[in-house]
Design a protein around this ligand. Structure first.
Ligand SMILES: *[C@@H]1O[C@H](CO)[C@@H](O)[C@H](O)[C@H]1NC(C)=O
Ligand SMILES: *[C@@H]1O[C@H](CO)[C@@H](O)[C@H](O)[C@H]1NC(C)=O
Ligand SMILES: *[C@@H]1O[C@H](CO)[C@@H](O)[C@H](O)[C@H]1NC(C)=O
Ligand SMILES: *[C@@H]1O[C@H](CO)[C@@H](O)[C@H](O)[C@H]1NC(C)=O
Length: 402
């Protein structure tokens, strides 16, 4: 299994230098069994649950729960059809088509209308091919989209343990996915929720948190707005970058990054993307090497695609600070490490420490030189604001928890 449903397909494949990026978003992981969701009584889960309950009493934005599954991806339950069948879909801000069928087969009902189109998408790891339907999609009670274009995956690879993807990236990423009209854009669930008046703002608020179990329902998605109980302080908003290809995604510029007080990791303003469908934090090779070289004895395990950190260096890890939109977002030592108890799920030796920051396989300068993935968002609240073409980031109560 992996990590990264990031859809660099349309974009990176046209930029020669970036083609090889695809190989390295993949971290080989052991396949996992189908998830069985359960709630744990921890503060983050409680906050997420409280937000859900609140959102159904006051109207407006709607919050639903999301699960940190196998430590490498977030899923949320989405209903399709009438009566709805519920599917556990990967929450992916790095792609924009929604489809089901890779686990639980698509159950067609009277609301399922075949569009006579084929759909075909290749992700960094994995792909699906199938047929496109219009159907009723239930994101939350009271948030039921009609006429949503969705895929029925008939052949696919690398979607173990999940039923498909809910694509909440920019609509432009859907171009080329349908057979009949390759220039056709497929309105996303967010686009349709807005156009059907189910939400009044095309804004998605995402709260992730470090998992304390294999399938930890500690996350929350707010469709149509943000939930102020899920972050602390102010939200820093960053305009979507104009630098291609990051600009096709939820792309932003990081203006500077440092490790400890002595090492510059990112020396100047550089474009990259914020992607829930990527598990790790990925840096262009030159930035990554500056970081790795500052940690004595750290080295890249090329098989794992992850950085090994000797035990003697673990206790000396310094903050990794990203300056974004004028605010410093810091990753403390815990935020830079894969908890050793998760190693088996990552396919790693169980007695060695690895980091969550890894290399891209490309030198910087490609217009997409970092990926702020799930591990970063487990520490910070994120806002994907289509109305204002910007991304928001904020500190949370668990930014510094170990
Ligand atoms: C349903 O959506 C399709 C494409 O997404 C569009 O062509 C069609 O007009 C829509 N039908 C209705 C009734 O909104
Ligand atoms: C990194 O961020 C932390 C937390 O905000 C701060 O204490 C530290 O001084 C920062 N380090 C640098 C070099 O800016
Ligand atoms: C964003 O980064 C790119 C390099 O990736 C740079 O060319 C561009 O000027 C930066 N934009 C801003 C607003 O700093
Ligand atoms: C590198 O990671 C692989 C798992 O991906 C593991 O089997 C191997 O032992 C690791 N190598 C070292 C030197 O730790």
């Amino acid at each position: 299994m992996h990590s990264f449903f990031t859809l660099l397909r349309a974009i990176l494949l046209v930029t020669v230098t970036s083609v090889s990026a695809s190989s390295f978003f993949s971290v080989p992981l052991t396949k996992f069994a189908p998830p069985n969701s359960y709630l744990v009584g921890l503060p983050d889960a409680d906050r997420a649950r409280a937000a859900v309950l609140k959102s159904f009493t006051c109207g407006g934005p709607k919050t639903v729960l999301a699960s940190n599954l196998a430590y490498v991806q977030y899923t949320t339950s989405v209903g399709v059809g009438s009566p709805p069948t519920y599917y556990n879909l990967v929450v992916d801000t790095g792609s924009s088509n929604t489809f089901v069928g890779t686990g639980t087969p698509y159950v067609k009902t009277s609301t399922s209308i075949f569009t006579h189109e084929k759909v075909n998408i290749t992700y960094d790891t994995g792909y699906f091919r199938g047929l496109e339907y219009l159907d009723r999609v239930t994101l939350a009670p009271g948030l039921v989209i009609t006429n949503q274009s969705i895929g029925d995956a008939l052949s696919y690879a690398d979607f173990g343990g999940v039923d498909g993807i809910i694509g909440v990236g920019p609509v432009g990423l859907t171009e080329g996915s349908l057979s009949t009209n390759v220039n056709e854009l497929v309105p996303t669930v967010m686009d349709n929720a807005l156009s059907q008046g189910l939400i009044t703002k095309e804004i998605l608020g995402i709260s992730f948190a470090p998992a304390t179990s294999y399938n930890d329902t500690n996350g929350a998605l707010t469709y149509g707005g943000i939930d102020s109980s899920l972050y602390t302080g102010e939200i820093t908003y960053i305009p979507v970058t104009t630098t291609f290809p990051a600009s096709a995604f939820w792309g932003i510029n990081v203006t500077h990054a440092t490790y400890g007080s002595a090492t510059t990791v990112i020396p100047k303003s550089i474009a990259g993307i914020v992607d829930t469908g990527t598990s790790l934090i990925i840096l262009a090779d030159d930035f990554f090497e500056s970081y790795m070289n500052a940690i004595p004895g750290a080295k890249l395990n090329k098989t794992a695609g992850l950085m090994y950190i000797p035990e003697t260096s673990v206790s000396k890890i310094q903050p990794l600070n990203f300056t974004i939109g004028g605010t410093v977002f810091t990753l403390d030592a815990a935020a830079q490490l894969i908890p050793i108890g998760e190693n088996a799920a990552w396919g790693l030796p169980t007695n060695e420490q690895y980091g969550v920051v890894t290399h891209m396989g490309l030198h910087s300068g490609a217009g997409l030189d970092f990926v702020i993935g799930q591990k970063f968002m487990e520490k910070y609240y994120a806002v994907f604001d289509t109305d204002n073409n910007r991304v928001g980031l904020a500190y949370t109560k668990h930014t510094f928890t170990t």
